[in-house]
Design a binder for this molecule. Sequence first.
Ligand code: A2P
Length: 344
Amino acid sequence: MEKVNVAIVGATGAVGTKILEKLVERNFPSKSIKLLASKRSAGSKIEAGGQIYIVEETTPESFDNIQIAFFSAGGTISERFVHEAVERGAVVVDNTSAFRMIDSIPLVVPEVNSHMLIDDAKIIANPNCSTIQLVTALQPLRQKYGLKRIVVSTYQAVSGAGSAAINELRQQSGQFENRSAIKAEILPTSSAQQHYPISFNAIPQIDTFHSSGYTLEELKMMNETKKIFADDRLSVVATCVRVPVVTGHSESVYIELETDGVTVNDIQTLLMQAPGVVLQDNPSKQLYPMPLFAEGKNDVFVGRIRKDPEVSYGFHLWIVSDNLQKGAALNSVQIAEHIVNGKQ
Ligand code: A2P
């Protein structure tokens, strides 16, 4: 396999640090790995796989002689530097929402649509974390039985909003214990007029509101799912909620299949063989997925599968995954592995 020079933009962040760990853990064929962040972090050191990496400030020249560049420093940074990286010869795997809905840019979850990784793609978008775990779990059902409707409610971890949100949850938990005033400055989103505590709370707002009344996070899930499944007729609606969990998104999902007569057992059997999916579904043993136990794992966990009492082709599922792993870093690295393999 041809070895490549790699850059990670946002390497000091919640996702960027995991991308580095994944590259090392999966023995990614890299000649060198360059860690990029803001000027504030230039010179700081990060250790991975027994090696010390020095963080550099991101500049256009950072991408000279880079073949694969991962971006996870927010949409504004991607808009500023992704084209610079491409012009200098890199293929970009972008973890922000900056390019996801552009028709000509593949939006890829390898278990679902790796065929979109065509040779001349220079920017590949990594979907939203909640979307990735949803489509990974539903793909086998869609392939075998057809899918006409998805209604999803999320219970999303604070790490999805970056390391500042993790710190905020930790600090607020301490403030609660010490009975001091709870300071809220980050969530629901840093640009919001009003901030609310996340400790001992649930916030039904992730990202800002669209004029339709949905949040941008909800619209991302709805639009990205249709794009990845290449199915405009699929009905998808989402309600996204932030909960005081550090890592691991959970989703309560209602689906309607195109096929009647499917049983819970059929779905369990199918998901047991599905790539990237682990079935955890045994109520008699209280076996079901939980974010605390998904942390650090690569898989998408599915349980609590039930037939709808009224709709014979309707089913309810509970889907959990580590939002920083399959939801972000792992999926990005899997995309890069496909690209590098294609260059053999
Ligand atoms: P830095 O640590 O130097 O601020 P998170 O998703 O956890 O909030 O992390 C955001 C990432 O984006 C961090 O690595 C952060 O680096 C990086 N970042 C923020 N601003 C810039 C910038 N102007 N140029 C490059 N990287 C940036």
